[in-house]
Write a protein that binds this ligand. Structure first.
Ligand SMILES: Cc1ncc(COP(=O)(O)O)c(C=O)c1O
Length: 443
């Protein structure tokens, strides 16, 4: 795999040219621990291409990523999937257009809709067996929504979700395409699904974002926006959409890590992930035999999600125990603990994790207090409520008021109430449980 960006940066470094351009450190690290990285930390200077008008060394790397994923075009982002989500909506929608979205959407989606004036109608999966907002909508549920809202421009799906749950992208693509509607997928957690043929680009999604920084060896902030062959948009149009929101100083360190990731995916990644898959599958079987309660593996095999009350604990108690074993976790609430694994975890770390989990003293399962969740009534459009005059009220007095903000409790980033929705007693209880004491409401 060619590495034109790496070659360019190495050449720049070795040339020892005087740098009369940004950034201010001039390639000389004075701040530990960045010393080694500083010579490569440039942004768009002459010869280094330009991310949102890419036609040189960056475009070559993007084309290589597109070939790996079988997409018509893939654009790199140094602004995470957040930037790709903004670009996806900007590409597909005009102000006032309607999108149908599954409610496990990350708040980056809601915020993009607010910025663009896109209207959203929400779908709550019916087959929710994990409480709260988890679970995927079925193609049948989406079909019903599309009948109810024939004017919808797109369907928005988040898969895998934060707990490792996955949607039937192929089935969803079928029902969307039957009605000429675009399927947009937030695959922030699933960049690595390429190898098991569960990546949305392999299953019929029209546009899709990945955050390889979450699961692959990429620096934080590195992400991809994939365009499928069936969409009418060109890579240049997508770049314009990225430009609407993106910084004019993308980090070349992040971009370099995206270029390196091409080589990783085409090279050792395949075998390393195949090994991880086998390791995790065997580890899950042993853990389950030992009474460790895990959510089933639906395809996102790099996640282990513990169902703490089924083992007589709260999620926070388990993370207290992991902490004592010098282990960190991705996310925990009363019920769940999410652990994210990757080939960069050493076999020793995985073995120690397994040992820690089976050594957790056995307890009787405890009943988990489930706060049921239903969609709050929508009183205003997202943008209208977000930009309306607002005030902060104590959470005890918030029921019946219209939320002026997206408020999340668990999982992180998935709002239980969106701007424009009425704060119901359920929402109040969920937010109180997560420690919120006041809320922004429309005046
Ligand atoms: C499902 C989902 N979508 C989007 C995002 C935003 O991605 P990024 O942090 O790469 O901007 C996240 C972040 O955690 C996420 O979990």
């Amino acid at each position: 795999m060619e590495s034109p960006l790496r070659q360019y940066l190495e050449k720049l470094h070795n040339s020892r040219r005087a740098r009369f351009h940004m950034p201010g450190h001039k390639g000389r690290g004075t701040l530990s621990p960045f010393d080694a990285a500083c010579p490569y930390d440039i942004t768009e200077i002459a010869g280094a291409d330009s991310l949102f008008e890419a036609s040189g060394i960056l475009a070559q790397g993007e084309e290589a990523t597109a070939r790996l994923y079988g997409s018509k075009a893939t654009l790199w982002s140094a602004g995470g999937s957040t930037l790709c989500i903004q670009a996806m909506l900007a590409l597909v929608c005009r102000e006032g257009d309607l999108v149908l979205a599954v409610r496990n959407a990350h708040h980056a989606f809601a915020h993009a809709a607010i910025l663009l004036g896109v209207r959203v109608r929400w779908m709550l999966p019916q087959n929710r067996d994990r409480g709260g907002l988890y679970g995927a909508v079925t193609p049948g549920e989406v079909e019903q929504m599309l009948k109810q809202y024939p004017q919808a421009k797109a369907v928005w799906v988040t898969t895998p979700d934060y707990l490792g749950g996955m949607a039937d992208v192929k089935g969803l693509a079928r029902v969307c395409h039957q009605r000429g509607v675009k399927l947009l997928v937030d695959n922030a957690h699933g960049a690595y699904l390429l190898y098991t043929h569960r990546h949305p680009m392999q299953l019929g999604a029209d546009l899709c974002c990945d955050s390889p920084h979450k699961t692959l060896p990429v620096l934080t902030g590195g992400a991809w926006l994939h365009l499928s062959h069936q969409v009418p948009y060109t890579a240049d149009q997508a770049r314009q959409a990225m430009k609407l929101f993106g910084s004019t100083s993308p980090s070349y360190l992040i971009l370099l890590s995206l270029e390196d990731c091409n080589g990783y995916l085409a090279g050792p990644g395949k075998e390393e992930f195949a090994r991880l898959y086998q390791t995790v599958r065997a580890m899950r079987q042993r853990l389950e035999k030992q009474g460790v309660a895990l959510l089933p593996m639906e395809g996102d095999y790099a996640k282990l999600t513990l169902d703490a009350p089924a083992m007589g604990y709260t999620g926070k108690e388990i993370t207290g125990y992991l902490d004592s074993q010098k282990m960190d976790w991705e996310y925990a609430d009363d019920r769940f603990v999410v652990l994210m694994l990757s080939p960069s975890n050493t076999p020793q770390e995985l073995a120690a994790l397994e040992q820690a989990l089976v050594s957790l003293p056995k307890r009787e399962p405890t009943a988990q207090e489930q706060v049921p969740y239903s969609l709050p009534p929508q009183r205003m459009e997202l943008r209208q409520a977000y930009f309306a005059p607002k005030e902060e009220v104590p959470i005890g007095q918030a029921v019946g008021r219209i939320s002026a903000a997206a408020q999340s409790c668990c999982p992180p980033g998935v709002p239980v109430v969106m701007p424009g929705e009425e704060i119901t007693p359920q929402v109040q209880k969920l937010l109180q449980k997560s420690g919120k004491i006041s809320l922004d409401v429309v005046q």
